[in-house]
Write a protein that binds this ligand. Structure first.
Ligand SMILES: O=c1ccn([C@@H]2O[C@H](COP(=O)(O)O)[C@@H](O)[C@H]2O)c(=O)[nH]1
Length: 238
């Protein structure tokens, strides 16, 4: 059975490219992330396609708006039938809490399990300089943990954070809390625009529940071989 801890980011702009990558990766990958680049270009047909292939879907649109707009936006997205979706934690406790409640309420009406709702803490691209320029007083890592605790208290299922913060979040939020980490790079791979990175095995050892990996797979000369190498690396980590 494919390892659901790896979520491949389908960061391409056309349905044809997305289909080609999913075909190439075959049974080795079950979970895909659809983000702004692809969803804004092709819309819900990518969700329909992935579902027809029996794939799981993380719809990464990072909603960030007032509570009513976010909650009702999530309900529209939920109707597409995704497995995970997300909002920005910096939208605040009221927004997060309303979103979590509305998703559960609507799922009950629909007679379905609610999709997992998770929140972005601090983007994995943000570095120390960006952080200082934002005028933040608290060290970045402390802020991530603080946001994770707030997300949990608001009733969401987990967070998106970097693998660097995963251990502290796990300690603060417990074993059942989802910690989804982008910013994952096999040893020696380019960091690209990511700042707070770790290898796949290290991310899991730090407490991540799932890893989002894009360019190290889809930009590889042989994406299937790149995915298989990562799967072999994590196979020895519980
Ligand atoms: O903090 C965040 C939140 C989301 N992402 C997304 O994950 C992938 C990472 O892709 P790579 O090519 O492996 O860097 C991408 O779709 C981002 O939008 C993130 O990187 N950091």
């Amino acid at each position: 059975m494919a390892d659901e801890r790896i979520i491949v980011a389908l960061d391409v702009r056309t349905l044809a490219e997305a289909k080609a990558l999913v075909d190439q990766l075959g049974d080795s990958i079950i979970f895909y992330k659809v983000g702004m680049e692809l969803f804004y270009a092709v819309g819900p047909q990518i969700i329909t396609y992935l579902k027809s292939k029996k794939k799981k879907i993380f719809l990464d649109l990072k909603l960030h708006d007032i509570p009513n707009t976010v909650a009702e936006g999530l309900i529209s997205l939920m109707k597409l039938g995704v497995d995970i979706f997300n909002v920005h934690a910096s939208g605040g406790f009221t927004m997060l809490n309303r979103a979590a409640q509305r998703v559960k309420e609507e799922a009950a009406k629909m007679g379905i399990e609610p999709p997992k709702l998770i929140a972005i803490t601090v983007l994995t691209s943000v570095n120390a300089d960006d952080w200082a320029k934002l005028g933040m007083q608290m060290p970045l890592e402390e802020q991530v943990v603080r946001l994770a605790k707030m997300v949990k208290e608001a009733g969401l299922d987990g967070v998106v954070a970097s693998p660097k913060e995963a251990a502290k979040i796990r300690q603060a939020c417990g074993k059942d809390f989802m910690i989804v980490t982008p910013g994952v790079r096999p040893a020696g791979a380019s960091a690209d625009d990511q700042s707070r990175i770790a290898t796949p095995a290290q991310a899991l050892r730090n407490g991540a529940s799932q890893l989002v990996i894009g360019r190290p797979i889809y930009k590889a000369d042989d994406p299937r071989a790149a995915a298989k190498k990562i799967l072999a690396e994590i196979a020895v980590v519980d």
